[in-house]
Structures are given as structure tokens and as C-alpha cells.
Design a protein around this ligand. Structure first.
Ligand code: AKG
Length: 330
């Protein structure tokens, strides 16, 4: 399912203005390879969310990760990235309970099955299209670390802001979704909010050259959900980690010390702020098997959800990070 309305139907004028003000001075990242090395987002990006959730009273609570970990190279887990997280800003925290409630009411009214939780919409993925050539290729956002929340499918909430002014001649961003194998144009106006099952293919095309003159910068925020950190702590962490590694700058590259320095330097140089990234050697880097055994024990003791497969993007540092938080619950 998907539907669009205006944010002013859900939140107050003040809340909307505060969010717009926040976005005016927000920091952006560019050319973050995030483990892909040859590939980076073709737009400015950032992400907020450190694992905590927003209560219905607007409190930001729960398990918080200062750093997350991921493979530094796609499908190769002998080197890990450490990336610092950033909390959700207050301007989003205050509106999340209202948006969640709005969606719940919509599902109730339309007989749509929903399974929203307090962890719903605790991650904000931000894209800033500052040039008419910026785009996002066709994709879905239904990876296994997203819970199935509406209609037994994952869902995201997409907010659009044209902070400077609206594009001229209604030449809005070329956002499209694929329904029954056909790409549909969807107009996302300033202050619009779109609710969409995120297994639907979607993309934003570059402007046509003849329309460059109508282009105005557009910021998009997608609010996404993690699993509950007490039910599936590993997938909860992976969801946060996937976004930080792809949309934020890492602070360290971790290896067991046996990788050639040139290979490490090649990885670091892939980041434009290479001087801020350190190479850390950790003997624990090779202990993934041991950490899996420990995590499996926690599954039994704390009655956590099972993990189908410990894929290569689940690095030993992630398992250790998650295990240490869960030990506090024993
Ligand atoms: O800018 C948009 O509307 C699309 C953003 C998007 O596809 C994404 O964040 O996955």
C-alpha cells in the first residue's frame, strides 16, 4: 500500500517549522563508499538513530549504540568499519509518536493489518538533492533487518521538503514507484508525507536537461524501523549499522593485524576524510565463531528470536557490541 498526505494534517505548525529550521543547518556527507568501494550515493546524505526508540510520550529511550560495525569491503569480513552513530534530533523525536498514531488510525479505518511497535520509525535516512543530476537508482528497502509492520510487509515514511522554494512549473523531483511492472510518477510536494510498503521498487531520476532551470533543492527523509532490541537484538543492531556505514563517516578500520598496510590504506583513501580514520588492530576480530556461540546461548537464556544465518556482513565486532548490551539484562 501507499498513500500521501500533508504533514500539516498530522503535526502542528510549530513542529513543522522547527523541523524545517533543523534541516536548514543540518550537516551532510558526500561520497561515502560504505563498504562498496566503487560505489557511493549520488546525493548528499546523513542518517540519525542510535538504536533507541521513541515512546508514545516522546521520550528517547532503550538500548543505545555509540558505534556500529560492518564489513569494510563488500562481502569480505577480514576488515571491519567502525562508524559512530548520531541520535535522532528532538525535531523528529517530537513528531514520531504523532505520525505513528496517524498510521495506526489509517490502518484501523482501512482494515489493514499492522504490527507497529515503539521501535517503529526510530531511524531517519536523509537525502539532499542539491543538483538536478542527483538521483537514487531503482531499489527496494526490504532487507531482512526491517520488521514487517504493515500488511505483513516493511513500510517507510517519506517526508519531502523544498526549503528554498518549490520547483517552477510543477517540475517536482522525478520520484517513481513500480506497480505491476510499470513506473508511475508520484508528485511529492513540499511538506508532503508518503507512507509506502518499502518492498515496492522506487527511484528518483535525474532531471531532464531541458528542465534543469526549474530544479530546486529537495530534502527527503525516510523514517524506518528496527526490530525490538529485546526480541531480536542482532537484527535491531544490523538495521542501525547498515545505515551508519553507508551514510556516515567511519572513525576506524579494524583488522587482525595480518592484512598488508597497503590494502588498509587503499580502503581508508576511499573516504575523502581519510585523515580522520585510524587503523586499529584487534585480536578479537577473528573470534566471530566464539561470539556466535555466545549469542546462541543468549537466544536460549533470554528467549530471543533465532537468527537464520550469520552472514558475512555480521562482523565479530557487531556480535560483541550486541552481546555486551544483552549481558546487562542477565
Ligand atoms: O528521495 C526520495 O524520495 C527517495 C529516497 C529513497 O529512495 C531512499 O531513501 O531509499
Amino acid at each position: 500500500m501507499y498513500f500521501i498526505t500533508s504533514l500539516d494534517q498530522i503535526i502542528t505548525k510549530n513542529e513543522l517549522n522547527n523541523l524545517r529550521m533543523f534541516l536548514k543547518t543540518a550537516k551532510w556527507n558526500y561520497k561515502i563508499p560504505g563498504g562498496f568501494l566503487t560505489n557511493y550515493p549520488q546525493r548528499l546524505v546523513n542518517t540519525y538513530g542510535d538504536g533507541r526508540y521513541v515512546s508514545n510520550d516522546g521520550e528517547y529511550i532503550g538500548i543505545k549504540y555509540e558505534n556500529t560495525y560492518w564489513t569494510a569491503k563488500h562481502n569480505q569480513n577480514n576488515v571491519s568499519l567502525e562508524t559512530p552513530t548520531e541520535p535522532l534530533p528532538n525535531e523528529l523525536i517530537t513528531i514520531i509518536p504523532k505520525i505513528r498514531q496517524y498510521l495506526k488510525n489509517y490502518c484501523d479505518k482501512n482494515n489493514i493489518n499492522e504490527n507497529l511497535t515503539l521501535h517503529s520509525f526510530n531511524i531517519a535516512v536523509c537525502n539532499n538533492y542539491t543538483e538536478p543530476t542527483m538521483n537514487i537508482a531503482s531499489h527496494t528497502d526490504d532487507d531482512y533487518w526491517y520488521p514487517k509492520e504493515v500488511d505483513n510487509r516493511p513500510l517507510f515514511i517519506s517526508l519531502t521538503f523544498y526549503l528554498e522554494e518549490n520547483p517552477e512549473k510543477n517540475k517536482y523531483a522525478r520520484f517513481q514507484i513500480k506497480i505491476n511492472d510499470v513506473w508511475l510518477n508520484i508528485t511529492l510536494e513540499d511538506n508532503s508525507i508518503m507512507f509506502m510498503n518499502s518492498d515496492i521498487y522506487h527511484r528518483v531520476l535525474k532531471y531532464k536537461k531541458c528542465d534543469y532551470k526549474y530544479f530546486k533543492p529537495r530534502i527527503n527523509i525516510t523514517l524506518r524501523s528496527t526490530y525490538n532490541c529485546k526480541i531480536n537484538p542482532l537484527l535491531h543492531n544490523l538495521c542501525v549499522a547498515n545505515h551508519t556505514r553507508y551514510y556516515k563517516i567511519p572513525s576506524a578500520i579494524i583488522s587482525n593485524g595480518s592484512i598488508e598496510e597497503k590494502k588498509i590504506n587503499d580502503l581508508i583513501i576511499g573516504y575523502r576524510v581519510a585523515n580522520k580514520i585510524v587503523h586499529r588492530i584487534s585480536p578479537l576480530h577473528d573470534d566471530k565463531k566464539q561470539f556466535i556461540i555466545l549469542y546462541e546461548k543468549l537466544i536460549k537464556t533470554l528467549k530471543l528470536e533465532k537468527i537464520a544465518s550469520y552472514k558475512s556482513n555480521i562482523v565479530s565486532e557487531t556480535l560483541l557490541n550486541v552481546i555486551l548490551k544483552q549481558y546487562n539484562r542477565l
